[in-house]
Design a binder for this molecule. Structure first.
Ligand SMILES: *Cc1c(COP(=O)(O)O)cnc(C)c1O
Ligand SMILES: [Zn+2]
Length: 442
C-alpha cells in the first residue's frame, strides 16, 4: 500500500510541505501546520482488517510493532523507515477499573488510563518516539540537523532527552529554573542532554526556543511541531482497543499547552473516518484555576481567547498561559461537545490524595482531572452508569514533594482532608500495639 503523510497549513490556505522539511509554520500565512494522511488509501483496508492487524501486533516482540505507537504505524507516520525508528515500546499502558474510587464518587464504570507508566514516566513518550524517529530519517537523508531541542515544564524534556540519546542525537533542553521537580530535572541530565535552567517561566523558555528554531540546524521538539500529535493520537486508539473497540461516554484529560487534548480528539476522528468506531465520546478538558486560559475562553463560548500569565500551581506541567495548540483544541472540543472546567490548588490536591487512598498514586495534573470529574458528578453531568475514562498523564513518583507537602501538617493551618502523617514513636512493643489499636478502632 502507498500510505502517505505530509504537513498541511491548518489556516485554510492549504499549502503542503513534506514531513522531512524543517518547518513549523506555513510560509504563506504563518499558520500552524498539521499532519495529514492519505485517508483514501487507509480506507482501502476494512475496519475489521485494521482491528485484527492492531490486535496481532499489540504488545508483541516484533520490532517496532509491539510498541503501542508503532503498532499503529500506518495511522501515525507511515513514511518513516523501520530502520530509523527509535522506540522504547511506549504505549500499551494499563487501563484499569477504579472500582473503589468510582464507588465513592457514585460511578460504576470509572477507568484510569495510566499514561505515566511509560519509559520516562509521562505520556510525552508517545509523541517523542515519532518526532525523534523523523529526525533520524531526516539526518539519514542527509539533512543538516545538529541537535534537537525543546522548552519544557519537565516531562517533554525528559522524554526528548531519552529518545535523543537512544538515537545518538544531541539534545538541548530549556527549563524554567526551580519550576520543575528534582526527578524531572535529573532525567535529561542523566541522559546527557545540554540542560539549561533559565531565570523565567515556561512561556519565557518557549520564546527563546522559538527564536532558536529559526536556525534550521536545531530541530524544535515542542508541540508546535505537530509530528508529536501523531504519536499521542494513539491514546484514543489504544483506549478503544482495550475496550474491545467500544467507545466510552466521557474522557477527562488535563490540559496545558493543549496538544494532548487535540491529539485525543484527532485519534477518535481518524477511527471514525476509517469506520472502526461509529460514535464519538464527549471530552472534558481540566485546567488548574491558576493557569486557565482555555477555561476563560470556554466561558465566552470560545468566541474569545486571551493569553494570560500563568500563576504558580502545583500542577507544574500545565502551568501555561499561552497554549500553542489553542485553536486545535477549541476545534476538537466543539466537535466532541466538550466542556472545560478548572480546579483550585486545594481541590486538585484533595482529589489526588482521595484517589490515592483507593490505591492510586496520582500526579497533580491527574489530580486536576479527578477534581473536575468530582464536580461533573456533583452537577450530574455524568451519570452513574456512564463509562468514564480519566487520562492520568504522569507517574506520581515524579512529583514526591507534592505528596510529601500534602501529608505534612503546618502549625496554625487546618490539616488537609486526607492527611495521613507518619507517627514517630519509641521502638517499644506496647507503644506500637497501642498505636495500631487506636488506628484500627478509629
Ligand atoms: C505535558 C503534560 C500535560 C499537558 O499536556 P498538554 O499537551 O501540554 O496540554 C499534562 N500533564 C502532564 C504530566 C504533562 O507532562
Ligand atoms: Zn498557510
Amino acid at each position: 500500500m502507498n500510505y502517505n503523510t505530509w504537513f498541511q497549513c491548518s489556516e485554510g490556505c492549504g499549502q503542503t510541505y513534506p514531513l522531512t522539511e524543517v518547518i513549523y509554520r506555513c510560509k504563506n500565512c504563518g499558520g500552524l501546520l498539521e499532519v495529514q494522511h492519505d485517508v483514501e488509501v487507509l480506507k482501502q483496508r476494512s475496519a475489521a482488517d485494521w482491528k485484527s492487524l492492531f490486535e496481532r501486533r499489540y504488545m508483541r516482540t516484533q520490532y517496532p510493532y509491539g510498541s503501542g505507537v508503532w503498532g499503529k504505524k500506518e495511522l501515525v507516520c507511515p513514511i518513516v523507515d523501520d530502520t530509523n525508528i527509535i522506540s522504547m515500546y511506549e504505549g500499551g499502558t494499563n487501563l484499569f477499573w477504579a472500582e473503589r474510587f468510582g464507588e465513592q464518587l457514585g460511578l460504576s464504570d470509572l477507568w484510569i488510563k495510566q499514561c505515566g507508566n511509560s519509559h520516562t514516566g509521562s505520556f510525552k513518550d508517545l509523541g517523542m518516539t515519532v518526532l525523534v524517529s523523523m529526525v533520524k530519517q531526516i539526518i539519514a537523508e542527509s539533512g543538516n540537523i545538529r541537535a534537537v531541542m525543546c522548552a519544557s515544564t519537565g516531562d517533554t524534556s525528559a522524554s526528548l532527552a531519552a529518545y535523543a540519546s537512544a538515537a545518538g542525537i544531541p539534545a538541548i533542553i530549556l527549563l524554567p529554573k526551580a519550576k520543575v521537580t528534582r526527578e524531572q530535572l535529573i532525567q535529561p541530565i542523566a541522559n546527557g542532554a545540554l540542560t539549561l535552567s533559565l531565570e523565567t517561566d515556561f512561556d519565557g523558555c518557549m520564546a527563546i526556543v522559538q527564536k532558536l528554531a529559526d536556525r534550521k540546524d536545531f530541530y524544535l521538539a515542542n508541540s508546535i511541531n505537530s509530528i508529536r500529535i501523531e504519536g499521542q493520537k494513539t491514546i484514543s486508539i489504544e483506549i478503544v482497543q482495550q475496550f474491545d473497540w467500544e467507545v466510552p461516554d466521557w474522557i477527562i484529560i488535563p490540559g496545558g499547552n493543549l496538544g494532548n487534548v487535540s491529539a485525543l480528539g484527532l485519534g477518535f476522528l481518524m477511527l471514525l473516518e476509517l469506520g472502526i468506531i461509529d460514535k464519538l465520546p464527549r471530552i472534558a478538558c481540566a485546567q488548574a484555576e491558576r493557569a486557565n486560559p482555555l477555561y476563560r475562553s470556554y466561558q465566552t463560548g470560545f468566541t474569545e481567547f486571551h493569553a494570560i500569565t500563568a500563576q504558580s500551581t502545583q500542577a507544574t506541567a500545565i502551568q501555561i498561559g499561552n497554549p500553542v495548540s489553542i485553536h486545535r483544541a477549541i476545534r476538537v472540543l466543539k466537535r466532541f461537545d466538550g466542556i472545560v472546567d478548572q480546579a483550585t490548588e486545594e481541590e486538585l490536591a484533595d482529589a489526588a490524595a482521595r484517589a490515592d487512598r483507593t490505591g492510586l498514586f496520582n500526579c497533580p495534573h491527574t489530580g486536576v482531572a479527578l477534581a473536575v470529574l468530582t464536580k461533573m458528578v456533583e452537577r450530574k453531568q455524568v451519570q452513574r452508569d456512564d463509562r468514564v475514562i480519566v487520562i492520568s498523564t504522569a507517574n506520581g513518583l515524579k512529583f514526591p514533594d507534592f505528596k510529601v507537602g500534602y501529608h505534612n501538617t503546618v502549625p496554625g493551618e487546618p490539616p488537609p482532608r486526607y492527611l495521613n502523617a507518619p507517627i514517630e514513636l519509641e521502638a517499644d512493643y506496647e507503644g506500637v500495639l497501642k498505636q495500631i489499636g487506636a488506628h484500627l478502632d478509629a
